[in-house]
Design a protein around this ligand. Structure first.
Ligand SMILES: Cc1cc2nc3c(=O)[nH]c(=O)nc-3n(C[C@H](O)[C@H](O)[C@H](O)COP(=O)(O)O)c2cc1C
Length: 369
């Protein structure tokens, strides 16, 4: 069906490497607390599959742990052995059959791991006490202990190398699943971000100190991951572009990190914020509205394509971010949970042909409107 209607920027395809996004709308990664020992369930098929049916150009699966102890909670997703591949593959095949680009976000939770066990207390096989967590130092995320996180143990250098090997293992497994895009999670106070930010990393060895030292864990990991992630597929890094706390990371430092990542062959940055310390506002906190504009700043400073995220709900706002070169892809989190057919509504609002957006089965029924 050929469109005679205006094609908005949001609905203009994007090609990065050999990956073509049919539009610029993506779902942001969101933990679903519905895995058993990291293994995806029917919940994921519905959560991710319905957004593919809804016509998204890109769907990022939730933060997916590189090891059992790299999970945030007992219900979090994982990708450390074959059983995870076997559960994810049909889900990814389903999403692809509706033309969505698929991505996953590999992650280690660091000192924010072993948390929120109440969310998944129905699961057997895991110690209800959780597990020992690790971090740049042995300082707890929440020193007064009133919340969910326990005191971590500072990582040794050989343990850092072990975790880097786990990232590489997950990248290889992600390839086996068939993902088009792989993202390394370096935001929200999880392990890689906790090394990057001066708010947490006070180490005095090669993995601490100045920005270059604090970035070492991330940069080495990305270099190793890039070596196994095929050149023609997309590699992304999610950064907390700003810590939103005095003395924390800001745009200037993040831009430098972005340039280093670019040198290592990263194709796109995913611009989030906050989460390093309790008063730094969470990733879904009240400062997220500033993030989409920060993506534009980082795009200018690094020359890299950007994903913008945070408080995007309005099609005109999303269109503006792409049209004004602030971002190349917009990611929606909570709004996409509320409305899996947001892309259809956006097409109508922007004067694009909505019949192109939905899966054919739906388009047949509602496309004539
Ligand atoms: C339930 C929930 C789970 C989330 N899990 C993740 C995650 O796994 N990885 C991540 O990088 N961000 C995660 N986030 C943050 C979102 O990806 C997104 O950046 C944030 O919600 C702001 O976008 P929004 O205003 O469109 O919701 C989560 C957010 C929510 C609401």
């Amino acid at each position: 069906m050929e469109s005679t209607k205006h094609m908005s920027h949001l609905f203009t395809p994007l090609k990065i490497k050999d990956v073509t996004f049919k539009n610029r709308i993506g779902m942001s990664p969101m933990c679903q607390y519905s895995s058993d020992d990291g293994v995806a369930s029917n919940w994921h098929l519905v959560h991710l599959g319905s957004r593919a049916v809804g016509g998204l150009g890109f769907i990022m699966a939730e933060c997916t742990a590189v090891s059992r102890t790299g999970r945030i909670s007992q219900g979090c997703a994982g990708l450390w052995e074959q059983k995870h591949v076997d559960a994810l593959k049909p889900i990814v095949d389903f999403q692809k059959s509706f033309g969505a680009v698929t991505g996953t976000q590999i992650s280690h939770s660091g000192r924010k791991g072993s948390a929120a066990t109440a969310l998944s207390s129905h699961l057997d096989g895991d110690d209800p006490q959780g597990w020992e967590t690790v971090a740049p130092t042995d300082d707890a995320f929440d020193p007064d202990g009133t919340r969910l996180w326990k005191a971590p143990r500072a990582l040794s250098i050989s343990e850092i190398e072990t975790i880097q090997a786990q990232f590489v293992n997950s990248a290889k497994l992600a390839l086996e699943v068939g993902y088009d895009l792989l993202e390394v999670h370096c935001a929200h106070g999880y392990l890689l971000h906790s090394f990057l930010t001066p708010l947490v990393n006070t180490r005095d060895d090669a993995y601490g100190g100045d920005l270059r030292g604090r970035a070492r864990f991330l940069l080495e990991t990305v270099k190793k991951v890039r070596a196994v992630w095929p050149e023609n597929r997309v590699l992304s890094v999610r950064l907390s572009v700003h810590d939103f706390v005095e003395g924390g990371l800001d745009l200037e430092g993040t831009a430098q990190v972005g340039l280093w990542l670019k040198e290592l062959g990263v194709d796109i940055l995913d611009c989030s914020g906050g989460g390093a310390v309790p008063d730094a506002r969470g990733a879904i906190g009240n400062r997220t509205a500033e993030q989409p504009d920060m993506a534009g700043e980082l795009r200018k400073a690094t020359g890299l394509p950007m994903m913008a995220v945070g408080g995007i709900t309005d099609p005109l706002q999303a269109e503006d971010l792409i049209a004004n070169s602030k971002a190349d892809i917009v990611l929606l989190g909570r709004e996409m949970m509320r409305n899996p057919h947001w892309a259809y509504d956006a097409a109508k609002a922007l004067g694009a042909d909505p019949r192109h957006v939905l899966a054919e089965q739906y388009g047949f029924f509602v496309g004539a409107s």
